[in-house]
Ligand binder design. Structure first.
Ligand SMILES: [Zn+2]
Length: 75
C-alpha cells in the first residue's frame, strides 16, 4: 500500500530519476519503480536504490554538465 496517500496500490512502473549535483545534472532513465495508482508517489526497492547510488557516484566522477544514463543498459 502507498505510504503517501494510504489508499493506492503500488504498481510496477518505470521512471526517470534526476539528481542535481553542484553544476551538474544526472539523469537516469528507465528506472524500475513502484508507482501509486492514485497519487503517483514513486518508490524504489532497496536493490534499485543501491544501484542508483552507484550510478550517481560514477556520474559525479565524470563531472559532465549533463549525464544521461540508461538504467537498463548500465551494468
Ligand atoms: Zn498514493
Amino acid at each position: 500500500m502507498c505510504n503517501a496517500c494510504l489508499n493506492g496500490n503500488k504498481l510496477k512502473s518505470k521512471t526517470t530519476f534526476t539528481v542535481e549535483y553542484k553544476e551538474c545534472i544526472i539523469v537516469i532513465k528507465n528506472v524500475p519503480c513502484l508507482e501509486c495508482e492514485i497519487c503517483g508517489e514513486v518508490t524504489f526497492t532497496d536493490e534499485v536504490s543501491e544501484k542508483l547510488e552507484l550510478l550517481v557516484n560514477t556520474a559525479k566522477k565524470l563531472m559532465q554538465d549533463i549525464s544521461v544514463i540508461d538504467y537498463c543498459k548500465a551494468a
